[in-house]
Write a protein that binds this ligand. Structure first.
Ligand code: GTP
Ligand code: MG
Length: 218
């Protein structure tokens, strides 16, 4: 499989802009209800409880912006945040939450898939992975599905503060090796912690780099 060009070609672009203003816009039950705008959009996805909402709060310097919880299954809608008045960050529900009933899991899966396939403004989907775990089938299958459908993505390891430096490095290396069994090239990879702030600048710079590129192309 190949990573969609859209995300990887922008990997090296860097600019100094940071998030100065973040504003909650709307929570939508379906992609058709999402804001009508042509602003570039970046969404966070991953297993329930992986730290999507916490990472959005870290990037936006506002611990109360996106609702977080110790219990999985907190985010159940598509949440749009307007950043610097210029682009959208989107907090998506987690996938594969075991305690949710079959019906709810199916409904969430449909919501996520419809968003990924139909949201034309989506520039890059950040797939969050808990750095402590071995590669999980559900994540690898989701990545494969993104590849099959040409959805551009990057990988974000979360909760890096929970591991020591050496173990962290080893886990990330092993994960990349596993990815290279399925993919011809690696997607952009970020290592983050919402506790320590690790990776926050790199992620923001990556997004702003793409935004700058999109402006030039406009
Ligand atoms: P859902 O909306 O339920 O899918 O979860 P989510 O992926 O949005 O996770 P959320 O941000 O709500 O975080 C889940 C739990 O993990 C919370 O208790 C957070 O405090 C904790 N958490 C998130 N990120 C980190 C991190 O980087 N380090 C540590 N130590 N804890 C984290
Ligand atoms: Mg959440």
């Amino acid at each position: 499989m190949r990573i969609s060009k859209k995300s990887s070609t922008f990997a090296a672009a860097k600019v100094g802009t940071m998030i100065k203003n973040a504003q909650y816009i709307i929570s939508s039950p379906d992609v058709k209800d999402c804001p009508q705008s042509n602003l570039p959009e970046y969404a966070f996805i991953g297993r329930s409880n992986v730290g999507k909402s916490s990472l959005i709060n870290l990037l936006c310097h506002n611990p109360k912006l996106a609702k977080t919880s110790q219990k999985p299954g907190k985010t159940l809608l598509i949440n749009h945040f307007l950043i610097n008045g210029e682009w959208h960050l989107v907090d998506l529900p987690g996938y594969g939450y075991a305690q949710a009933g079959q019906k709810q899991r199916e409904a969430l899966r449909r919501m996520i898939e419809r968003y990924c396939l139909l949201r034309e403004q989506l520039v890059c989907l950040f797939v969050l992975i808990d750095c402590r775990h071995e590669p999980q089938k559900i994540d690898l299958e989701f990545l494969a599905w993104l590849g099959e459908n040409g959805v551009p993505f990057a990988i974000v390891f979360t909760k890096a503060d929970k591991l020591g430096k050496v173990v962290l490095k080893d886990k990330v290396t092993k994960y990349k090796e596993r990815l290279l069994e399925d993919w011809e090239e690696l997607p952009p990879v970020f290592v983050t912690s919402s506790e320590t702030g690790l990776g926050s600048e790199e992620l923001t710079e990556y997004i702003e780099g793409i935004n700058a590129q999109l402006k030039i192309e406009d």
